[in-house]
Design a protein around this ligand. Sequence first.
Ligand code: UDX
Length: 476
Amino acid sequence: MAERNIKPHAIIIPFCFQGHITPAINLALKLASKGFTITYIHTEFIHQLISKAQNPNSSTEIDFFAEARKSGVDIRYATISDGFPQEFDRDLNFDEFWDSMFRDFPVRVDELVGKIIQSDPSFVHFLIADTFYSWPAAIAEKYSLVNVSLWTEPATVFAIDYHLDLLKQNGHLPFEGNFEHEIDYIPGVQPISKKDLMSYLQDNDMTTTLLKIVIKGFEQVKKADFILCNTVHELESEALSTLNLKHPTYAIGPINFDTTFSKISVAKSLWSESDCTQWLNSKPPGSVLYVSFGSIAQSSKQDIGEIAKALLLTGVNFIWILRPDIAGLDETDILPDGFNDRMNDRGLILQWCNQNMVLSHESVGGFITHCGWNSVLESIWYGVPMICYPFITDQPTNRKLVVSVWKIGINLCDGEQLSTGEISQKINILMSGKTSDDLKQEMKKIRKTMHSALDMDGSSQKNFDQFLQDLKVKLY
Ligand code: UDX
């Protein structure tokens, strides 16, 4: 068939957060390694952040995929404005930023996609955009593009967001009165209590920007042709099988560990990574606790103080990632007086590191995590048991998977005020003793399942191949 000679071209637009960018870049590399042409699009803001992280002293424009192209893959690179200057504080002005992202950003995406399509009629183009965007279905419809939605969180969270209408019908969005039962009517999701739902569903406030993003995104995703999930079928089989009855859904994760393209290196980190290899090398196996709350969560000075005291009290070795904005950019001196002297060489405080490098190091024996989905996947991949301390969005639901379903982590502070006593008790449980051994046993099983999914004949590879077959049928 003549049409089959027309090459497929994916236009990939990730969401503008670290936890979404990394899987989107890896998906781009995987598709490119399978012979697809890709145009990958960052916002200019993200482009500048990554450029600066790579080379703080240079203002030269970088094409992040230039190196990748040398290995023969066809990935083009474009940027798009998010409408604000680089110095605009997008976290502090979250509502203003997202109003514009709903209103003005789609107009710019439309223009750029139109230009890309016009400039190369020799391709059959299709769209891969993050599920949280409010415009993919409209753009795909306008340009008659196959529409692929990229979901970077667990399938369980997707299944709940997909059924917001059920929550509304049952008086659980917003919650009416006190709610102490479990929600047991979401297809593919085991009974779940309110505290384990995503933060934007627990709020009881229907006007939050986070909830708006989800509502708009899920109106759009229902019109997508395909959904790609960065998860593993065997770990969330019920949610995935049930979703598949409504929508072609493919579990292709953990995409960040796919070795199909592992020799291709692309800059992804939004901040410069401090190297802590030497320090880690100096510590005994399993003795280091890694503490990090990901790329967006913000803590209070008081909670940071409680964690600091607990770290000193337990005597454990630790690496603690404290981003400059962790307690808001106005808060300086967030650590208790004398902390640095007292931690001595036992601890390392960094603003950002190469988390995969840290988790893969044999000296690391535990992880206090905010339960961002990438962090959970990375912890499992390297077999590091977790203390779960979720903040926002999907993190409480991810915690339920880690603690209650897979039993590879323990819970910290279930909505209570964080205290030095509880933190140090949980650190001791995680780093030594019977519970620690049990967690490690369970972790071995879950880890094996995850690794197997990416074997040549593993479920994620098979699902990816099936996706490509189904995509080609739709494209041609
Ligand atoms: C956000 C949401 O919080 C998360 O729940 C959702 O699933 C994705 O978007 P984020 O806070 O970025 O995620 O957490 P996470 O998903 O864990 O992603 C953080 C990424 O940053 C991880 O890939 C981690 O390896 C990386 N990281 C973190 C570093 O490379 N260095 C660090 O110092 C800290």
